[in-house]
Design a protein around this ligand. Sequence first.
Ligand code: ZN
Length: 313
Amino acid sequence: MGLYCFGIDVGGTTVKCGLFLTDGTLVEKWEIPTRTENNGSEILPDVAKAIQSKIQERGLQKENIDGVGIGIPGPVNDKGEVPLAVNLHWGFKAVASELSFLTGLPAKAANDANIAALGESWKGAAEGAKNVVLVTLGTGVGGGIIVDGKIVCGHHGAGGEVGHANVNHEETFACNCGNHGCLEQYASATGIARVANEILEDSEENSILRSYTKINAKNVLDAYKEGDKLAIRTMEKVGDILGGALSIFSCVIDPETIVVGGGVSKAGQPLIDCIQKYYKKYAFPSCKDTPIVCASLGNDAGIYGAARMVIKE
Ligand code: ZN
């Protein structure tokens, strides 16, 4: 094992970069812009330049660096190849081999939500756990699955796409993916607002939520914490759907810890309690007591997980 490794997390507007010690200490983090012009052809060269200048600035020896891990917003196969990354304007790109060529260091690539799961299982809310399910509740629902300490990327790079698990066969609205009844349609920030609007329309009861012209997930969660009846009905429905989906993932993975991240998880323990109640109801008996916890690394989870991928055991 070397002394250092780099963890890179590529987003649509910025690239997060981290220099780590291989024991998991974050030495330094910084950001560079994501240049998506010319089909994103400069993104990997920019990352390589950022790494090279950090190596020079700190006088690091390449033989002391285990490598560079990189997270990409799109599917990534186990060879570190990306068939398509819309946000980066990329078609097919052999990310790991290109980055290795550009930096002269070993490189690995994985999906950004998957590396976040690995980060949380390394130094975050599931620290030390070898089997972890992460579900990220943001604008959409993403996630990552860690089995035996390794990312499950799957055959198409779609492993961990938990947001598109079908949870309602009767849904008539379409999901962003084109299917109907995906978890994302209920448990994302947009999903929670949509469920709340439907419940408000179906009821005559008073609610704090009626005072908003356009309801967002934070309004619903705040009202939920205040004990608002219709907000409670909304979150009970969301908790039922999400807890049920997690119980199915547990039948497949049997995780040691389930981690909930993303903007919606800022609602904290009341949200976790609501999910846990339904999870416990539906889970297979052996898995009923699996802890559900809030993610703890925030936006740094990706650079942690990216760095973890390249550490030589
Ligand atoms: Zn979907």
